[in-house]
Structure formats: C-alpha cells, structure tokens
Design a protein around this ligand. Structure first.
Ligand SMILES: Cc1cc2nc3c(=O)[nH]c(=O)nc-3n(C[C@H](O)[C@H](O)[C@H](O)COP(=O)(O)OP(=O)(O)OC[C@H]3O[C@@H](n4cnc5c(N)ncnc54)[C@H](O)[C@@H]3O)c2cc1C
Ligand code: HEM
Length: 397
C-alpha cells in the first residue's frame, strides 16, 4: 500500500499535471522513442501521430492521481488497459523503461515544482500501479495459454479465405498453421496481428475485432481499407490466401454478457459492425430468446458490408429486427429494400423498438458513438446498460 504522505504528495501534483496536459505524455513518448527506438516496433505510431495515445495515457495518469486514495474507482480502466497491453505482448521488464521515462519527463517539464519528495512519491506510485498491471497481465497471458486451443504470445495462422464484404471491407479467415484448435473468445473481443513485412518500416501490431462467433477451428476478422494505412492495405492487397501471419490471442473488455431475458441492441457505423457481427451470430447460435435489434449506419449501398447476411438472418429469426441508415444513398440504392432511413442514425424514429431494459452495444467513429450515447440517454437508457468499443486509443464519450 502507498503511505498517506505519498498519497498527499501525489494529490498535490494534480494542478501541475493538469497545467501540463497531454503535452506531458507527448514529451514522454518522444523521449522514450529517442532512447528506446526498439519500442517503435511495439507501439502503433499512427496513434502517436493522431495524438490519441498520448491523450489516453495522460487521462490514465490524471485519473490515477485523482483516485489514488480510492483505487477501486479505476478497476474498469485498469482491466481495459491490461487487456489492451496483452494485445501488444507487453512484458514486465518494460515497465521499468516506461517508468524511467515518465519520471524523467516530470523532471524535465516540471521545473522547481518537482522536488526530490515529489519525484520519490511518483516513483513509488508508478511502481505500485505497474505491479497491478504486471500481475493482471500475467493472469491474462496464463489464462490465454491454458484454455483449450490457447497459446502464449505469437502463433502462426494461415489466411485460408478472403471474402469481399463491401467496396471497402474484406473478411479474412485465419486458420492455425499447426492445424490444431483455437481457443474460444467472448464476442466483442479482438485479436492482434503482428506483421514483419518488407513493405513496412517497423514491425506493426494491429487489433481486429473477431467478426464471427467462436467455433474452435478458425477466426474471422473483417478489415476496412484505411486510406494511407499500412496494415489494412497490406491485408487487402498484398497478403493472399495461403500466406501466414502472426496472431496474438483474443483479448478485450468489450464483451457480450447478457442473460436470456435481456433484449440486446447492436448499434454500429461502418466497419464498427465487426464486433456486432460476432455478437449477433453468437446470440443466434445460442437461440437467444429475447429480442435482438440490429441498427447499422453507413454512407450508401456500395460500402454496406454484410447486408445479405443480416437480411437473411432477419428472415430466419422472428426475434431479430434490423434498421439501416444510409447517409447519402446512391441512385441505385432502394429505400425499404437496401436501407430504411436516409441521413444520420436517429433513434427517435424507432424509439418504440428500444426497450429501456435492453443492453446496448455500440461501435463506430467517436462522433457517431457520442451521438448514440446522447440519444440513448435522452430515451432514458442508463449508462450501465451502454457498452462501447473504440477502434483506437480509448477516450471517454
Ligand atoms: C480494439 C480494436 C478493434 C479494431 N477492430 C477493427 C476491425 O474489426 N476492422 C478494422 O478494419 N479495423 C479495426 N480496428 C482498427 C485497426 O486496428 C487499424 O487501426 C486499422 O486497420 C488501420 O490500420 P493501418 O495500419 O491500415 O493504418 P495506419 O498505418 O495505422 O494509419 C491509420 C491512419 O493514420 C494515418 N497516418 C499514420 N501515420 C501517419 C503519419 N505519420 N502522418 C500522417 N498520417 C498518418 C494514415 O494515413 C491512416 O489514415 C480496430 C482497432 C482496435 C483498437
Ligand atoms: C503504469 C504504466 C502504464 C500505464 C498507466 C499505461 C496506460 C495505457 C493506456 C491508458 C493505454 C490506452 C488503452 C486503451 O486504448 O484502451 C495504453 C496502451 C498501450 N500501452 Fe500502456 N501503460 C503503462 C505501461 C506500459 C508499458 C510498460 C508498455 C510497454 C512498452 C506499454 C505499452 C502500451 C502499448 C503498446 C499500448 C497501445 C498503444 C496504441 O494503441 O497505440 N504501456 N497504455
């Protein structure tokens, strides 16, 4: 446990942290990549460029300082970060490197306010938090390895099929090269791919939500081509059926966990539908007795992935209803056939189908998810029934 003086000193540094803002963590990452360039093979450098990861780390440090006397409040955040870390195969010994650069950053940016006492308090507080992460991450690694079909670290998978789902989304079926089973996951979780390809300057790790229900033999991911994106374009254009890639076990805290009596509403925009596809297929496989509502938004018919799959499921399952919004339909798109509404997703239009007792899972661009959260709050849905995933560094909606 941290002693009361350390807690007091950490709290006294909150104004200093807040006045520095994410410039603190931007400096930290620049420093770390300069002294430990090997970590460029670990981190997603696009998230450094966008500022998403420095912001996520800053928010985590600020939240830690605020809640240092009530760490239970950080439980969900610790779990999300630990799950994410395992997707990057973070090792215990890397915590000393990160800690060293964080403390040096405090000294470099904090000036006279960072006294010996402040430095010692942050050293202790960092060590305390690092040990919490290390312990939880070891548990996750162990459980990933011990489950039937599980493994530790990287495992070779063969791309056994590629299916075009829309003009921008292609699904890849990944089958273990060793021909053995693969562990189950909870729908909503993602796997990580690690690519060491001659076309890439660094090794790259990317997360992709599993887009089908667990089946014990293979995984499916569905990848959107990102303009200028390194890995998505490689997966679309260069890597072909028969090629192998390294896969890191499924992880993540965005998970479908509902009782049979719970109506479920799956809400997505664009490629954000991938974790929802997994959830939908699992619910149907389990013959979920309550209502399932599928709400999807995309630009127009050409980029509408999985359209036929969802329409077919709706015909087969009386408890499944789907509503689709096209923001700017093409002239060939048919209202009432391909899509139900024009414009941005507005839940008021279907408010009668949205039970307040339902659980709401959503994924898409951050602006879309903020709007959905706001609309759900206006419809009387409470925050504990909302669950969302970000396809990038976490941010609060
Ligand atoms: C939990 C989770 C689940 C996910 N699930 C899915 C999924 O199911 N399907 C899916 O398609 N994606 C998913 N993603 C997103 C995925 O991990 C990748 O981020 C995405 O495929 C883009 O990767 P990329 O390598 O193609 O692009 P990157 O190379 O990472 O680039 C991303 C963008 O940043 C720009 N950029 C990068 N570096 C620079 C720079 N130095 N200067 C200027 N611009 C730059 C690029 O032009 C591009 O527009 C998920 C992400 C997370 C975190
Ligand atoms: C106490 C120490 C640490 C804290 C508070 C912390 C915090 C965070 C946070 C908040 C995120 C974003 C999580 C999300 O998007 O959901 C993250 C991601 C990440 N962390 Fe840590 N972390 C710590 C230690 C480490 C260490 C030791 C490493 C190893 C080098 C590391 C590597 C990463 C990587 C690679 C990511 C993903 C980055 C990305 O997606 O761009 N972290 N961490």
């Amino acid at each position: 446990m941290l002693d009361s003086r350390t807690i007091q000193v950490i709290k006294s540094t909150i104004p200093l942290l807040e006045s520095a803002g994410p410039a603190l963590t931007t400096h930290f990452y620049q420093r770390m990549f300069k002294h430990n360039p090997e970590l460029k093979d670990v981190f997603n450098l696009a998230h450094q460029h966008s500022g998403g990861q420095p912001a996520a780390l800053f928010n985590a440090i600020a939240a830690y300082a605020h809640h240092i006397d009530n760490l239970a409040a950080l439980g969900a955040a610790v779990e999300r970060i630990a799950q994410k870390h395992t997707g990057f195969l973070i090792k215990p010994e890397q915590y000393a490197i990160v800690g060293g650069h964080l403390l040096a950053t405090l000294q470099e940016l904090g000036g006279d306010a960072v006294t010996e006492e402040v430095l010692t308090a942050w050293e202790q507080a960092y060590g305390f938090l690092a040990n919490i992460f290390i312990a939880r991450e070891q548990q996750i690694y162990q459980s990933q390895a011990e489950q039937a079909g599980g493994w530790l670290g990287e495992r070779r998978f063969t791309i056994s099929a590629k299916t075009v789902e829309s003009s921008v989304i292609t699904s890849l079926v990944l089958t273990p090269a060793d021909g053995k089973a693969v562990k189950d996951f909870i729908p909503g979780q993602y796997l990580s791919v690690k690519l060491k390809h001659p076309d890439l300057a660094h090794e790259e790790i990317r997360q992709y939500s599993l887009s089908d229900a667990p089946n014990g033999t293979h995984y499916r991911i569905s990848v959107k081509r990102e303009e200028g994106g390194q890995v998505s374009n490689l997966l679309h254009d260069v890597l072909q059926v028969g090629d192998e890639i390294a896969v890191i076990p499924p992880a993540g805290d965005f998970t479908l966990q509902v009782s049979e009596a719970t109506p479920v509403v799956l809400i997505s925009a664009g490629v954000g539908q991938t974790p929802m596809q997994s959830m939908l297929n699992q619910l149907l496989k389990q013959k979920h007795p309550s209502n399932i509502t599928w709400l999807h938004a995309c630009e127009h018919g050409a980029v509408h992935g999985f359209k036929t799959a969802v329409q077919t499921q709706c015909q087969l399952h009386a408890n499944l209803t789907s509503y689709v919004w096209y923001r700017t339909p093409n002239t060939s798109d048919k209202l009432g056939e391909d899509y139900d509404f024009e414009g941005q997703m507005s839940l008021k239009a279907i408010a009668d189908s949205l039970a307040p007792s339902a659980h709401y899972y959503f994924c898409g661009p951050i602006g879309f998810m903020s709007a959905i959260k706001q609309q759900l709050l206006e419809l009387g849905v409470t925050a504990d029934k909302m669950h969302y995933e970000m396809f990038g560094p976490h941010a609060e909606l």
